[in-house]
Design a protein around this ligand. Structure first.
Ligand SMILES: CC(C)(COP(=O)(O)OP(=O)(O)OC[C@H]1O[C@@H](n2cnc3c(N)ncnc32)[C@H](O)[C@@H]1OP(=O)(O)O)[C@@H](O)C(=O)NCCC(=O)NCCS
Length: 131
């Protein structure tokens, strides 16, 4: 399997975005997925042919800070370093910033630790009516 990486959405449409938001109680549609990719300051995609098999997004002020709201690799492409490559590509473009933050579940902590992140405390609000 050859996975290619891209830093833009050229040629991407909704039909190429199936299989994401696995396990979410009310998963965003491919159309919503495409809109949030378009609305992000930075996006990195992993692609196998036409199909998008992984993505990561970042929101940034371009001065001091950035946040990585979403990272996912399709379940059939996991365990091959795709997520590592996505985050490394994102971090390379955020290299001049003071802070890069991410909120994740406990099981993903080792993944981010390997990439140089340290554990902190976060506060968050989720409104499921807006999902
Ligand atoms: C977490 C996730 C992005 C990892 O993707 P991936 O392409 O399999 O990651 P990589 O192959 O680059 O690295 C996997 C490594 O991370 C570790 N890891 C940590 N948490 C993990 C998790 N929840 N699932 C899979 N691997 C995880 C594995 O042990 C693995 O280490 P190894 O290579 O030494 O075995 C993927 O499992 C996923 O999309 N999960 C659902 C969405 C999610 O949790 N996103 C993060 C929210 S911030």
């Amino acid at each position: 399997v050859t996975v290619r990486y891209s830093d833009d959405l050229a040629g991407v449409n909704e039909a190429m975005l199936d299989g994401f938001f696995e396990g979410w109680p009310s998963p965003p549609s491919p159309a919503t997925h495409l809109r949030l990719l378009q609305g992000s300051d930075l996006v990195v995609l992993a692609r196998d042919g036409e199909r998008v098999v992984g993505f990561a997004t970042a929101i940034t002020d371009g001065v001091l800070s950035a946040y990585i709201p979403l990272l996912e690799v399709r379940s059939d492409y996991r365990g091959q370093g795709v997520a590592t490559a996505l985050i490394e590509r994102l971090l390379a473009r955020l290299d001049d910033l003071y802070m890069v933050d991410v909120v994740c579940d406990d099981d993903v902590v080792p993944f981010y630790e390997r990439l140089g992140f340290v554990k902190g405390v976060s506060m968050m609000r989720r409104d499921y009516a807006n999902l």
